[in-house]
Design a protein around this ligand. Structure first.
Ligand code: SF4
Ligand code: SF4
Length: 453
């Protein structure tokens, strides 16, 4: 493995903006394009904005190193024209470094940051359904991941802290820089707490983040992939999404889906030419007695397999459906059931073409905020990053795609901040994990390592 990839692997870098794919594995290739995702398209999240405004030169340095490693012809930072200050900061950093890096400016739509949408926006190429950007010559990496790459390559620093947006119904909304493994409760306290009696919280952005009840807050800690914490009263649309049972989702689908096809028309993956047809999946469930009765056979395969390539962006559910139904959750259920059956997605296409109407079907982030009752938090200018240090962390052993990391410390061990505490399993996808504070190991379980200062 080349030195740069080894340094990235040693530092435990995984995709900071999404599912946590190990970055060294992603970069272990050659590509025509290196595309840096700076769209931060989830409404209300602001940490990538902060990186663009405050760390543009470091990011540019990392991009040049990775571009050389990939032997890429083009390096492109894809962001939104609407982020004027960020575009200015990036332009200046590129110019100061005389770097051969392009800026690709997109409209303000959701999901501009979806990897496959972004590849199409930048190159005009469509990543095959269930495929990877490298199949069309591209590697896509988030801008905060590139900052972590800079820290690893230039300062030999592993990933031990995470920058978050703490917003919604909190008393002092803020950007927060915290050690990995910090309890969410401490993050909420650092943002002044909330005055709400009953609330929900979103771990991540409003669309792709997970919704939890306040009782679940105590169980959650900051991982390498955590992007934000949004507090919201337990009422309205998000409350319905959180509390509806699967039984209810399917009963409602059977009773109320009028087959208008809007869910399919607005689906960003469908608009890239992928065979995702949420309205057909909804129709399928209209014809069976229970959601437990999925019969995967020759006739149903084409419809049901469409659910396997749904990226769960939520547009069909939050924006498209005039009946308030949940095609996304129906798709996710089908996806899980087919995974249990061991069904692998098989494309029926040899060529993908984006829909000519695609540009007219872009969804404004403002419409998302209106639907979710979050508009009142939209105009906040969160530009200061507050540092939070804590005296105890609970570091999860799985914060990435692949197998859990293997602990190499035991109860009672003394650690310095940055020490390696769990290793990527040999010959398997995974990531190293380091201690985010100095202290003593209190407990090691299959799930986490507890360290106290
Ligand atoms: S969640 Fe809905 S809109 Fe998004 S990819 Fe899946 S089917 Fe398409
Ligand atoms: S948008 Fe709603 S009502 Fe229309 S086909 Fe899709 S699920 Fe059915």
């Amino acid at each position: 493995m080349a030195t740069i990839l080894k340094q990235i692997e040693d530092a435990g870098i995984v995709g900071a903006g999404g599912a946590g794919f190990p970055t060294a594995v992603k970069f272990d290739t050659q590509a025509e394009y290196l595309i840096v995702n700076a769209a931060e398209c989830e409404p209300l999240l602001k940490t990538d904005h902060f990186v663009m405004n405050n760390h543009a030169s470091e990011v540019v340095e990392a991009i040049l190193l990775v571009k050389a490693s990939l032997q890429a012809k083009y390096a492109v930072i894809a962001t939104k024209s609407y982020y004027t200050a960020e575009v200015e900061a990036l332009t200046q950093a590129i110019s100061a470094a005389e770097a051969d890096i392009e800026l690709h400016l997109m409209e303000n739509f959701y999901p501009a940051g979806d990897e496959q949408v972004m590849v199409f926006e930048v190159t005009g190429r469509v990543v095959p359904a269930a495929g990877l950007p490298i199949q069309v010559g591209c590697v896509v990496s988030n801008i905060t991941t590139m900052l972590n790459v800079y820290q690893a390559l230039i300062h030999n620093q592993p990933v031990i802290r995470k920058q978050l947006t703490i917003t919604g119904a909190v008393n002092a909304p803020t950007l927060l820089d915290v050690p990995i493994g910090t309890p969410f409760e401490k993050c909420l306290d650092a943002a002044g707490g909330t005055s709400l009696q009953d609330y929900l919280f979103i771990d991540g952005g409003p669309m792709m983040g997970k919704i939890y009840t306040q009782n679940e807050l105590a169980d959650k800690v900051v991982a390498k992939t955590t992007s934000g914490l949004i507090i919201k009263e337990d009422s309205g649309y998000l409350s319905k999404l959180k509390h509806q049972t699967l039984e209810y989702v399917f009963t409602e689908a059977r009773a109320a889906c009028m087959q208008c096809t809007l869910c399919t028309q607005l689906c960003p993956r469908q608009n890239l030419g992928h065979e995702v047809f949420p309205h057909k999946v909804m129709r399928y469930f209209g014809g069976i007695a229970s959601y437990r009765d999925i019969d995967y056979n020759e006739d149903s395969a084409e419809i049901l397999q469409g659910a396997q390539i749904c990226c769960a962006c939520g547009i069909c559910e939050v924006i498209a459906c005039p009946m308030g139904l949940s095609p996304r959750q129906v798709n996710l259920h089908v996806k899980n059931e087919l995974a249990k059956l061991g069904v692998k997605y098989e494309t029926r296409k040899t060529e993908y073409k984006a829909d000519p109407m695609r540009d007219y079907r872009e969804v404004s982030p403002n419409n998302i905020l209106i639907k979710m009752g979050l508009t009142k938090f939209a105009e906040r200018h969160l530009t200061e990053m507050k540092r939070l240090d804590v005296d105890e962390v609970f570091i999860p052993l799985r914060m990435h795609i692949g197998l859990p990391s293997q602990p190499i410390v035991k109860e009672g061990d003394k650690l310095n901040e940055g020490d390696l505490i769990a290793k990527k399993p040999a010959d398997a996808l995974g990531a190293n994990i380091h201690s985010s504070i100095s202290g003593t190991v209190m407990k090691v379980t299959n799930q986490l390592i507890h360290i106290k200062a």
